[in-house]
Design a protein around this ligand. Structure first.
Ligand SMILES: [Zn+2]
Length: 170
């Protein structure tokens, strides 16, 4: 039964590793889907007041967020959804007019928020399915090994029992 314990432990580690791997892939792909897809940020420079657009990767680079938002809880498709609505959202971007990194207000932040959720959810569902399929495969393969180990253990016990039986009679 020692072998069985080792096999079960290996199975646990494999499953955990797989789940973590899928989680990381989800986050990475989600980010990529969000920022490299159809994504245009409309920015209004807070210094010169002029407007320009930024692409996804450029938006992702922007740091130093200043924002005002409200969170509302609603029910959508039978699920409780917390939705953040920004009344103001600014990040530091490279303004093409000022020629330096200054705060720019993201005018379409609420629309972008909507764009951000859908691809992330889609990537999430894909990885969730892969997570389940992979998990079942790991369990099936390890199950075969565990069965072999059990069968071997049973054979050993049977052999011992038979030996005992013959000794008794002998
Ligand atoms: Zn500017």
């Amino acid at each position: 039964m020692f072998l069985r314990m080792i096999l079960v432990t290996i199975m646990g580690i494999l499953l955990l590793g797989w789940v973590i791997f899928c989680g990381i892939q989800w986050i990475r792909q989600g980010k990529r889907a969000v920022f490299y897809g159809d994504f245009t940020g409309h920015i209004k420079c807070e210094k010169c007041g002029r407007e320009y657009t930024v692409s996804g990767p450029e938006f992702a680079k922007g740091s130093m967020v200043r924002s005002k938002s409200t969170v509302s809880t609603g029910i959508k498709g039978g699920m409780m959804i917390r939705q953040r609505k920004y009344s103001y959202y600014a990040r530091k971007f490279h303004c093409p007019f000022c020629k330096k990194r200054v705060y720019g207000q993201v005018l379409n932040i609420n629309e972008l928020q909507g764009h951000m959720t859908a691809p992330a959810v889609k990537a999430g569902i894909r990885w969730l399915i892969l997570m389940c399929v992979g998990g079942f495969l790991i369990m099936a393969v390890m199950g075969i090994f565990i069965n072999f180990a059990d069968a071997a253990a049973r054979r050993r016990t049977d052999a011992l029992r038979q030996e005992y039986y013959y000794n008794e009679r002998g």
